[in-house]
Design a protein around this ligand. Sequence first.
Ligand code: SF4
Ligand code: FES
Length: 369
Amino acid sequence: MTVRPPIAMLAELTHRCPLSCPYCSNPLELARQEQEIDTETWKSVFRQAADLGVLQLHLSGGEPASRRDLVELVQAARDAGLYTNLITSGIGLTERRLKELDEAGLDHVQLSLQGTDAEMADRIGGYRGGFDRKMQVAGWIGAIGFPLTLNAVLHRKNLHQLPRAIEMAVEMGARRIEVATVQFHGWALKNRDTLMPTREQAREADAIVKAARARLKGTLVIDYVPADYHSDYPKRCMGGWGTTGLNVNPEGRVLPCHAAESIPHLVFDNVKDVDLHKIWYEGAAFQAYRGTDWMQEPCKSCDRKTVDFGGCRCQAMAILGDPDATDPVCIKSPHHGALQAQTEAHASAPDGDLVYRKAPGRSIPESVG
Ligand code: SF4
Ligand code: FES
């Protein structure tokens, strides 16, 4: 296949994070601060990304505001000609820091929403006072005039708040809301019994999004990731492996997707050793599932194989222990029936205690966790 340059790069600046969300999709083994790549290395990576053809840079984490050099990094990315988007919980951002980010040229902010009121948001994020702080940050973002997207992760506990989340996006003047049903990668797998939405909830969310899209046309764009465990066909994960985007993790390893390190046989190059251009075009991890040659049946002879590229490799790994298998969400997978049964079992399991993600050095306040 012809390999085109990537459009977007996700820079996971750090795994440090003040929140402890139980659906965190970061790997089980988090990078410590002393393992993070330094400012100059990130700057070089941004220049290499721009040379490679990347247009959009998403700065994420963990919480990217935990990096002291965030303003300097944004400035460097803008100097390299990249469109910069900060993906943040808002915690760690002051009005002054946001103004500095504005002066450095930050183009866009994506603010996460754990719930639409303090009780829900603070319980899910495992951070008392987080919601009030976030609302204050949202006010500053609006006053400065950053284009804003709200990010809401939906699951069994908060799906009933979807209509209010959409209203809040409109009230805040956001141009877009990303509504993603929880994906079970990394830490989130520990909370499947408590977070798995029911089939009814998934259907209701589909209907709410459909109605809101019609009602808010021209006001708010709604990007929606439905509950794929309840679907018949898998999602086209990452737009197709090695086709549109790449991730650089806090230690400098370059990944074809956020969860790729869960696939044990893959070997990842590091920006400290290898040029980004070479990694994208020749890196073993990028070649592993690019295109369709790697596929087994039923994908191999399926007419949708260039539509969804066999679904999500990391999901096949997490559920079947085989990253080469057809995503078991697919109705043609021999494991589809078993997955549906498992999903129903998770969705009807009694609520357990949330298992919080604890970043190194963080403890969960008792009244929240
Ligand atoms: Fe997609 Fe493979 Fe299912 Fe066909 S068999 S729809 S290619 S996942
Ligand atoms: Fe890795 Fe889907 S998250 S391929």
